[in-house]
Design a binder for this molecule. Structure first.
Ligand code: ATP
Ligand code: MG
Length: 357
């Protein structure tokens, strides 16, 4: 297969972890007899520095054409003085999600054995934790009307029934491939959007009789995630609650340098799901350019791209196994207590994939 995708290295450590992921993708595609065709494009601060808009049309067109995007990180203090849509985040990241209709954001929470003792919770409480957060990504308060008036400021939160329905379907479909439980998180004791959310989720749930559904209020969920993380399978929630809960979930995994994410749309005519894959961490300007960045989250994001955008399961699994082996043998960067550089971790995972039988 020809694996044609758009590569957006972006800012800060994005290009560094991106180079490591590209080395692993090269090794994987060679090993499995595919060809790799990466379309490199600018995005975010890197685009601004090149005299372009944060999301140049050529970059967007490539994303739209390939339907598979591997993204490093966007933004950093260098561009903090810019306002509104001139900013890397508001001018590149949110428009990319909206224009590609990437409404389903998926982040896993499954602590690696090798990192269990780095997490803030005790091992006996964490062991067996394996859930996925399904976050709505293109609606809600982040995309509502915002502004200032005589009384102060406002941010409008809106959800249509169809927006809730399509993300709920994604969550239930995913649960059917897992332990068949959906935990829907809202604030329906206060918010009207949450009442619509709950009603709609109930209706979708009636089409999935084998899946157990529970509802939790978001404030309670922040506690349950710490006190009984093993109780969850698929956690379904709206945009802002998901933003907050996924950062909390990442702490359970011992390091955010190891967590990938996928933002998905529906399948196109050729049956391929449109997706953007990126680590959950940001551009980490404090360590950029020093070869210290942990590339595992980016490498795992590349594996997810192979699986979810191209249906290449054994290829993705080979990368995931190599990452597990590297973690178990301590061949990692300084943030995880190792001594390897970003590049060294990348080439070492690439070697493991090449040697895998
Ligand atoms: P953003 O707004 O883009 O999310 P941020 O500053 O909020 O950026 P990160 O860029 O994720 O958050 O960085 C948070 C901290 O974690 C920083 O100290 C950074 O150095 C560290 N960090 C983030 N990613 C990595 C990584 N891949 N390897 C090592 N350390 C990392
Ligand atoms: Mg951040």
């Amino acid at each position: 297969m020809n694996i044609q995708f758009t590569y957006l290295p972006g800012d800060g450590i994005g290009p560094e972890v991106g180079a490591a992921a590209m080395a692993v993708l090269q090794a994987t595609t060679q090993r499995f007899g595919h060809t790799l065709e990466a379309e490199h494009h600018l995005v975010g601060g890197a685009a601004i520095d090149a005299g372009e808009k944060p999301l140049p049309e050529t970059s967007f067109e490539s994303c739209q054409r390939t339907g598979a995007v591997l993204l490093g990180a966007v933004g950093g203090p260098k561009w903090d003085h810019l306002k509104g849509a001139d900013r890397p985040e508001l001018g590149a990241l949110l428009p990319l999600r909206k224009r590609l209709n990437l409404y389903a954001n998926i982040r896993p929470c499954k602590p690696y054995e090798a990192l269990l003792d780095r997490a803030p919770l005790k091992r006996d409480r964490l062991e067996g934790t394996d859930f996925v957060v399904m976050r709505e990504l293109t609606g809600g308060i982040y995309f509502g009307k915002k502004g200032r008036d005589a009384e102060g400021a406002y941010d409008e939160c809106r959800y249509s029934e169809s927006e809730v329905e399509r993300i709920a379907i994604k969550a239930f479909d995913l649960a059917m491939t897992r332990r068949k439980k959906v935990t829907s998180v809202d604030k329906s004791n206060v918010l009207e959007t949450s009442r619509l959310w709950r009603e709609t989720v109930e209706r979708v749930a009636s089409r999935y009789p084998q899946v157990e559904l529970e509802h939790l209020l978001v404030d309670a969920m922040t506690m349950h995630m710490l006190t009984r993380p093993t109780a969850f399978d698929v956690v379904l929630t709206e945009n802002m609650f998901g933003d907050i809960l996924t950062d909390e979930a990442s702490v359970l995994c011992g390091s955010m340098g190891v967590i990938p994410s996928a933002s998905l749309s529906d399948a196109r005519e050729d049956q391929r799901v449109v997706g953007m894959f990126e680590p959950i961490h940001g551009s980490a300007p404090d360590i950029a350019g020093q070869g210290k960045a942990n590339p595992l989250a980016m490498i795992l994001s590349a594996a997810w791209m192979l699986r979810l955008s191209f249906g290449l399961n054994p290829e993705a699994a080979a990368i995931e196994t190599a990452v597990e082996q590297a973690l178990a043998s301590g061949d990692v960067t300084g943030d995880l207590g190792g001594t390897l550089s970003t590049d060294q971790v990348g080439s070492q995972i690439a070697d493991r994939v090449r040697r895998a039988t």
